[in-house]
Design a protein around this ligand. Structure first.
Ligand code: SAM
Ligand code: MD0
Ligand code: SF4
Length: 363
């Protein structure tokens, strides 16, 4: 428990962060090394103070549509890597349209269209453009795309078709660790796609994994790497070992480290979007992540959905318990509320008005 005498000092730290104080690497190391429960609670308290200054008790909600689990890549951490002998699916346009009609009834701010790097779409990008157009038509909502690495021209065409947000997580900005995680995938290409999108009208999300061989120094490299990219949204997810993958025998880290990193992200990105993913520990886990300073709930799936999450804590459960109604009920029990759609649209539109850097070649 935090002592009353400490609150004033903690409020002063929060004030300084709100007024632009930047954390040093020593600060990051100190916060990431915290072990005592009381000290960790103080870190979460300051993170909540900073978040509440910019967002109040308002939370954003994203629904998650994993519309194809085929993938040509071989990420060591991912259940859907091409070498894993699993059941896969690919939704057709009618199924996606019906899903979008159902999503329209949920109270969410954005639809996250996610796929593996499925050659069916990557080799014929107009197929993915049709998916984005269909979901935009049916929902009228902002759209996040999580397609993996796409070329500049395709990103521009997707933006013109209604995609507002690109989620493309580096996993780590520590190049040595990157090579072991995103096997055979170019670090620079992945980084470029996010930067190109950011400079051409998209909001972008970067993210890292923890519990995947990242020590504190490696984590600091990733935090600074994300900071350099100036993303609109930043995330951290605890690595969950997946059957049939090269890292399946790694023991899963507790979420304590993820919660500390969420709070550190809040202190580094005071007014940005930071998600509490339902994929890891569902709605109970959401509470801890919001209390650590997150302000978005992601991976919302309707209770009768048979679609995958990414990590799927609830794959075996009869009924998914991560629909928007259950999420909002728990939010309200914490004194939090869904934000308005206007609040969210203002964030998206703010990105649109930033100067679009015209690639030199086009001058
Ligand atoms: N194929 C797209 C891509 O790789 O960018 C989108 C797929 S999904 C959104 C990919 C993300 O989920 C990864 O970038 C990683 O951050 C997260 N993820 C995948 N497998 C995971 C696991 N086993 N544990 C935790 N996070 C995982
Ligand atoms: C989530 N399952 O937010 C989703 C996924 C992709 N843009 C997001 C990792 O947890
Ligand atoms: Fe494919 Fe994405 Fe999974 Fe990597 S993380 S194997 S690119 S679905």
């Amino acid at each position: 428990m935090i002592k009353n005498a400490d609150y004033q000092a903690l409020d002063t730290v929060a004030e300084k962060i709100i007024n632009g104080l930047e954390l040093t690497d020593d600060n990051l190391r100190e916060f990431l090394s915290l072990n005592e429960e009381e000290d960790i609670q103080k870190l979460h308290y300051v993170a909540r103070k900073v978040r509440d200054h910019f967002f109040g008790n308002r939370v954003f909600l994203y629904s998650f549509v994993y519309f194809s689990t085929y993938c040509k890549n071989n990420c060591a951490f991912c259940y859907y890597n091409r070498c894993n002998k699993i059941q896969r699916y690919r939704l057709d346009l009618d199924e996606i349209r019906r899903l979008a009609q159902a999503i329209k009834k949920e109270s969410i701010h954005m639809v996250d269209l996610t796929m593996g790097e499925d050659p069916y779409f990557h080799n014929y990008p107009e197929r993915f453009i049709d998916v984005v157009k269909t979901v935009k038509e049916e929902t009228g909502l902002p759209i996040m795309i999580s397609p993996g690495v796409m070329d500049d021209n395709t990103l521009n065409r997707l933006h013109e078709s209604g995609a507002n947000f690109l989620a493309l997580y580096q996993e780590t900005h520590d190049k040595e660790l990157y090579r072991k995680l995103r096997v055979g995938q170019s670090f620079e290409e992945r980084k470029h796609a996010r930067e190109f999108a950011r400079n051409n009208g998209y909001c972008v999300e970067d993210g890292i994994l923890t519990g995947v061989g990242n020590d504190i120094d490696s984590t600091i490299i990733s935090l600074r790497g994300m900071q350099k990219g100036n993303p609109d949204m930043v995330r951290v997810m605890t690595f969950v070992p997946q059957e049939g993958t090269p890292l399946e025998l790694v023991s899963q880290e507790s979420s304590l480290s993820e919660l500390k990193i969420i709070s550190v992200l809040r202190l580094m990105f005071p007014d940005k979007l930071i998600p509490a993913s339902l994929d890891l520990e569902g709605i109970d886990g959401m509470v801890h992540r919001l209390n650590a300073g997150a302000n978005v709930v992601t991976s919302i799936i309707s209770s009768d959905s048979s679609l995958e999450g990414v990590v799927n804590y609830d794959r075996e459960l009869e009924e998914r318990d991560r629909d928007s109604r259950s999420v909002i009920k728990r939010l309200r029990s914490m004194g939090m509320e869904p934000a308005s759609q206007d609040d969210f649209n203002r964030i998206i539109e703010k990105q649109q008005v930033t100067p679009i850097l015209v690639p030199v070649a086009a001058l």
